[in-house]
Design a protein around this ligand. Structure first.
Ligand SMILES: CC(C)(COP(=O)(O)OP(=O)(O)OC[C@H]1O[C@@H](n2cnc3c(N)ncnc32)[C@H](O)[C@@H]1OP(=O)(O)O)[C@@H](O)C(=O)NCCC(=O)NCCS
Length: 181
């Protein structure tokens, strides 16, 4: 891990973020997610233009992890009220920040990098005054659920998450940040 650095992203990082996001998105998909649905999601939500838009959105922040100069992971957070009323009803503490994306190349799973990326987003959320973090994670994504559980995110609800023309079942998890301070 000595060669790892984590950097706050700027607009110029959009192409690198898109390449990394497209490479890592399949790791979070169900075995029966179709290539067509994955391609559609990558085109709509993970393109360079999409990341330029995220980077230009107030309240949205991204960090990329580099192993030497190679991108190996990223995290994206969004400060503010959840737009989905079901999620707004499930998440208990306010103000809140969404961990919208947290992806690490499988070569770097189990290294502590995901925890470092999450800690970076937690520190920023605390600086923003957030009282909690929330996220959606596939109910069948066992590894990610174990990671979030041990990181203090408890299940507070469910949601449907659209990938192309399909809908996947997510847990909504929340972490209360007051226990840290
Ligand atoms: C989710 C993610 C960021 C977590 O990072 P990570 O480095 O894998 O996390 P960790 O290794 O610290 O924790 C995962 C836990 O699952 C366990 N695990 C390992 N292999 C597993 C497997 N095949 N099945 C289930 N659990 C497994 C690990 O042992 C570990 O628990 P432990 O620390 O108690 O031993 C990373 O796996 C990832 O990028 N996955 C693909 C993208 C994704 O799903 N992102 C989340 C979308 S919401």
């Amino acid at each position: 891990m000595a060669s790892i650095s984590i950097q706050r992203c700027v607009i110029a990082d959009a192409d690198a973020l898109s390449s990394l996001a497209v490479a890592t998105f399949p790791l979070a998909c169900l075995p029966d997610t179709t290539p067509a649905d994955m391609d559609a999601f990558c085109r709509e939500k993970l393109s360079s233009d999409a990341f330029r838009a995220y980077l230009g959105t107030p309240g949205c922040a991204l960090w990329i992890a580099l192993d030497n100069t190679i991108p190996v992971g990223y995290v994206m957070s969004v400060f503010g009220e959840p737009s989905d009323p079901d999620i707004a009803g499930a998440v208990k503490s306010r103000p809140t920040t969404e961990i919208s994306k947290l992806y690490v190349l499988d070569s770097h799973h189990g290294t502590g990098l995901a925890a470092q990326l999450l800690a970076t987003a937690v520190a920023d959320a605390l600086d923003s005054g957030a009282a909690s973090l929330w996220l959606g994670v596939g109910q069948d994504n066992i590894r990610a659920n174990l990671f979030y559980e041990k990181s203090g995110f408890v299940v507070v609800g469910t949601r449907k998450f659209q990938v192309g023309d399909s809908f996947e079942s997510d847990f909504v998890r929340e972490k209360n940040l007051h226990s840290l301070v």
